[in-house]
Design a protein around this ligand. Structure first.
Ligand SMILES: [Zn+2]
Length: 318
């Protein structure tokens, strides 16, 4: 913990980090080459992903991230180092280049959100194979995130920064008091760690299913005034509203995109930028000057290529 300022630094560990053997797409290479001074090709690198943190309360640090905090972590982890055991005196093992918030189920089959982050390292470095074998062989058993925050709310009474009598970790009428974290100041690094000596006391222990690939979120992009969007939100179907101006963390990561716009025509470069290498976009352009005539297109991305599939217009249907 950094006591020299008002900021707090925590490490959050979790078991079963769920490394995945990720195939390397053109999107991945574009992202990696934004970080690498020398142009790299896919046969020069290894790529794996990890689940970094979730919206589950964490008993070890007494904190619970909001969805917004996860989006901030996904944004801030890009370009950060993967270290071994939080040892910042040594050079990094790998680098994070992509992250997204995904919805999965915890052990109790309840939906939670987690940050999934991808990292790469160079095949030709002397310890590259060791790292690969240690990850795939289950020797690195935990992932630990170093992060800082400067404000929090009490989960019992919503008071800010400890301005109440509730004690973090204490139960009040069956509800444990946590620090609710809405805003992340910094993400410093993510570490691969051997099984921690104090694993029983420091782990949040969220187990995640491996088939989250099939549980993709749909991102809906609308104009600021959209009745359907408002209705879906009031029904609770939509629970995240993101400021669309800060979208770098999502770019190239979206598998399912639904764009609704009342400006004429969908900007294909926008769709191309957002979709993952195999993403699909349903685009509706609503023309309120022409009796709400709606032009529907489907965009399918295959690696970097975007194909537009025209739907029959309403006039042709009549
Ligand atoms: Zn309180």
């Amino acid at each position: 913990m950094n006591t020299s300022s008002q900021n707090f630094e925590f490490h959050r560990s979790r078991t079963v980090p769920q490394f995945d053997d990720s195939s390397i797409s053109d999107d991945d290479m574009n992202r990696i080459n934004r970080l690498a001074p020398a142009e790299l090709s896919s046969d020069q690198i290894y790529v794996r992903s990890m689940y970094l943190c979730s919206t589950q309360p964490c008993d070890s640090d007494g904190c619970q991230f909001s969805n917004n905090a996860l989006y901030e972590i996904a944004h801030k982890i890009i370009g950060q180092s993967v270290l071994s055991g939080h040892d910042r005196s040594r050079l990094p093992l790998a680098r994070f280049y992509k992250a997204m918030v995904v919805k999965i189920q915890n052990e109790q089959s309840e939906p939670i959100h987690v940050v999934r982050a991808w990292f790469y390292w160079l095949r030709d470095t002397s310890r590259a194979k060791d790292l690969l074998l240690n990850i795939d062989g289950g020797i690195y058993r935990e992932v630990s995130l170093s992060w800082r925050f400067d404000r929090w709310r009490c989960s019992i009474c919503n008071a800010e920064n400890g301005q109440c009598a509730h004690q973090v970790g204490t139960s009040y009428e069956g509800k444990t008091c946590y620090r609710l974290i809405d805003h992340i100041l910094d993400v410093l690094e993510g570490s691969l760690v051997y099984k921690a000596a104090d694993s029983n006391s420091t782990l949040s222990g969220v187990r995640v299913s491996r088939d989250d690939e099939h549980d993709v979120s749909i991102i809906i992009s609308t104009d600021s005034i959209d009745e359907l969007f408002d209705q879906l939100h009031s029904l609770g179907v939509i629970n995240d509203i993101q400021d669309m101006t800060d979208t770098e963390a999502c770019q190239g990561c979206v598998d399912r995109l639904w764009c609704r716009s009342n400006s004429a025509g969908m900007d294909e470069s926008f769709v191309k930028q957002w979709l993952s290498s195999r993403g699909v976009c349903l685009s509706e352009s609503i023309d309120d000057q022409a009796n709400d005539r709606c032009e529907v297109s489907i965009f399918v991305k295959n690696n970097t290529e975007l194909t537009r599939m025209e739907y029959p217009s309403q006039e042709e249907n009549i």
